[in-house]
Design a protein. Structure first.
Length: 130
């Protein structure tokens, strides 16, 4: 496997956007993955880039306390060859989350109702907005 000597484009673009647009106040949501915290064969670079995004969210939350910064794992939504190799039994349509459902679960984060941190969309489905 060939490792690039620089951070992934996903990490660089997230950092650029956060530092450029997030200085005053507001909410930043970085899309993470369970691959950030669980090792899957063949997913090294992807998982590392998502782990970097998680760390970026933690650091930005400390550096910019007026901003809510979230890393969120939306759950299994896409059927890809990489996903099928990691979990061959999970690529059935019934096992995959509808993207609209996953997006709706982000509502508490977009409203700034939760403290900065890393969340799984499945956890957010139990949060009741006031």
């Amino acid at each position: 496997m060939c490792w690039k000597p620089t951070p992934s484009p996903a990490w660089r673009s997230s950092r650029f956007c956060c530092r450029t647009y997030g200085a005053a106040a507001g909410t930043i949501v970085l899309i993470s993955s369970d691959a950030a915290v669980t090792g899957y064969p063949g997913w090294g670079l992807y998982g590392a880039s998502k782990a970097a995004a998680d760390q970026l969210a933690r650091v930005l939350a400390e550096e910019e306390p007026a901003i809510r910064v979230y890393a969120v794992d939306p759950g299994d939504m896409m059927s890809t060859a990489m996903h099928a190799a990691a979990d061959p039994d999970a690529d059935r349509p019934a096992d995959l989350l509808d993207p609209a459902t996953a997006a709706a679960r982000l509502d508490p984060l977009l409203r700034g109702e939760l403290p900065s941190g890393r969340y799984a969309a499945s956890e957010l489905s139990t949060v009741v907005s006031s």
